[in-house]
Design a protein. Structure first.
Length: 324
């Protein structure tokens, strides 16, 4: 990495504002956390001047011609509404600049539906990419040469980095900073931005609780939060049914219908999801088993292998964690 590195965020009328401000805030915070200007952020549009987002917020932008394509270290194109995406993909000036910039940049990519622009410009042929969950099927049909990951928060495929919807651009840019400046700086940024956690790319766009809440009726919404808050405790059907004020048999049937999983399967899903986060920290497998409600380390390991196909230890190695 050449310091300071030029980070270009390519925008257009109709952009999703958080696709721009989230990543820009991460790179600015990285400069503060590192104590030097590691990144110089440029908000670029075809002609420069004011750009109106789909929320009505107006951004002042630099023209593409003001930043030589060959000087860009990282270039990301953001997402936006259908009209804006269509217009920018038809702009030959933008296409020429983006193709040249991506050829010489250390890395390039997109945030949210910006993946459609990369695909239209022929910059991600044969690549695995992410985009907003609502657009994954359309992107895959329109560009069958892509491998669209419908679940990942963000995907790294060689020099190409693509993120899913909106706030996942923050997660991806934190990963970029961690790659450049180390985890200490990235963690400091996450703390400064008051993020709940640094989310890894393999994590689903929806947490198990959020996905369940989207499916379940109001009768179980409070129970889902309660389960998560008591994940280390005994959570069998009898206890959950009592909490819900139902008979065990009726509860099991109604819960499975509402959530799409049996109570036991859902509880295990939450426990393993939490375990994946703990594996990235310096937490022993024995302690993880206790914190996630498994009877012992062996039971935890067996469930983890059954669900993910790898042991907890190997998962930790693959994803760069530490600990015993």
């Amino acid at each position: 990495m050449k310091t300071p590195g030029n980070v270009a965020l390519l925008v257009f009328d109709g952009i999703q504002i958080l696709d721009v401000t989230g990543p820009a805030a991460v790179f600015a915070a990285a400069n503060d956390a590192a104590g030097s200007q590691c990144y110089r952020v440029h908000i670029l549009s075809a002609q420069g001047g004011p750009i109106t987002s789909n929320s009505g917020v107006v951004l002042h932008t630099e023209p593409l011609c003001g930043l030589a394509a060959g000087t860009v270290d990282t270039v990301l194109i953001v997402g936006g509404d259908k009209e804006g995406l269509k217009a920018v993909t038809q702009n030959e000036e933008v296409r020429a600049w983006m193709v040249q910039a991506s050829a010489g940049a250390r890395r390039y990519g997109s945030i949210c539906t910006g993946a459609f622009v990369l695909a239209a410009f022929g910059l991600v042929r044969g690549k695995r990419v992410a985009t907003h969950w609502e657009a994954t099927a359309v992107l895959g049909r329109r560009y069958p040469d892509l491998e669209v990951d419908a679940n990942a928060l963000y995907v790294e495929d060689g020099r190409v980095w693509t993120s899913a919807g909106v706030t996942t651009g923050i997660d991806m840019c934190l990963a970029l900073v961690a790659r450049d400046l180390g985890d200490r700086v990235a963690n400091a940024i996450a703390k400064r931005l008051v993020l709940y956690a640094r989310r890894p790319g393999y994590q689903s766009q929806f947490s198990p609780v959020l996905a369940a809440q989207a499916r379940a009726n109001s009768a179980f919404s409070a129970l889902l939060d309660w389960i998560l808050a008591h994940i280390a405790e005994r959570l069998d059907v009898a206890r959950l049914a009592e909490r819900a004020g139902m008979s065990p048999r009726n509860f099991h049937r109604r819960f499975a219908e509402a959530v799409g999983e049996t109570p036991a399967r859902f509880v295990e899903t939450l426990r393993l999801d939490y375990a994946r986060h703990l594996l990235e920290a310096k937490t022993s497998l024995k302690e993880i088993a206790a914190k996630t409600g498994f009877a012992n380390q062996a039971q935890f390991s067996k469930a983890f292998v059954r669900r993910f196909g790898v042991s907890p230890g190997l998962f930790r190695e693959i994803h760069g964690g530490a600990g015993a």
